[in-house]
Design a protein around this ligand. Structure first.
Ligand SMILES: Nc1nc2c(ncn2[C@@H]2O[C@H](COP(=O)(O)OP(=O)(O)OP(=O)(O)O)[C@@H](O)[C@H]2O)c(=O)[nH]1
Ligand SMILES: [Mg+2]
Length: 191
């Protein structure tokens, strides 16, 4: 239990390499993000990559929210499951200008949700760029309901906050008792 007696909410941000997971956590966190980015040991199209997790924290309406970003590379897939344990919700990010990553995003979604029954949304990043897939088209691609896919600019705190609020709303819609049932299961950071 935290000092105020309010248990933190745990949210996980996953998705393929370069989707914007670390950026999203950095945009939202009120503390310096615990970051495990290292030089990529293979060609993944960028220099640094997350090898364990990102951890950030913010407070929403007085409730502490803990954000965990996962690695994108599937060589670290064991972390996906570990990080999703006890999570209230999952946001699977995919870069809207990289449709070649969509199959990988599907794999990650299926990997996690088949092991941990966590409510999730898909966030299509890079909505600030031209020539980017619209959330509705990505919903069609993944065979998801339109409300399960949202657009986001992960470099923007405002846009990231909106996406996070949408995720929390969808958790509530998924099962109003879900949060209550998780109480007591997740105590990370509490004292
Ligand atoms: N313009 C724009 N750039 C973005 C957005 N999201 C991420 N980026 C950029 O994309 C690059 C990769 O972002 P990261 O946050 O490192 O991606 P990641 O998902 O953490 O990647 P891994 O840890 O390697 O799996 C960075 O240069 C970000 O600034 C977005 O919504 N808009
Ligand atoms: Mg990262």
């Amino acid at each position: 239990m935290s000092a105020e007696g309010v248990k933190p909410l745990k949210l996980v941000i996953s998705g393929p390499v370069g989707a914007g997971k670390t950026t999203f956590v950095q945009s939202l966190s009120e503390i310096p993000v615990v970051n495990t980015d290292e030089l990529a040991s293979e060609d993944i199209g960028k220099t640094m990559t997350t090898v364990a997790l990102d951890f950030g924290m913010l407070t929403l309406d007085g409730i502490p929210v803990h954000l965990f970003g996962t690695p994108g590379q599937d060589r670290f897939d064991f972390m996906w499951e570990i990080l999703c344990e006890g999570a209230l919700g999952l946001l699977v990010l995919v870069a809207g200008n990289r449709p070649q990553d969509f199959p990988n995003a599907r794999k990650i979604m299926e990997f996690i949700t088949s092991r941990v029954p966590v409510p999730f949304l898909v966030g299509v990043t890079r909505q600030d760029l031209d020539k980017v897939w619209e959330p509705e088209d990505v919903a069609d691609y993944f065979d998801l309901a339109p409300h399960q896919v949202i657009g986001v600019n992960a470099t923007s705190p405002t846009s990231s906050l909106l996406a996070m609020v949408r995720l929390l709303e969808s958790v509530e819609a998924y099962d109003p008792n879900y949060a209550e049932r998780l109480q007591g299961q997740y105590n990370f950071g509490s004292s």
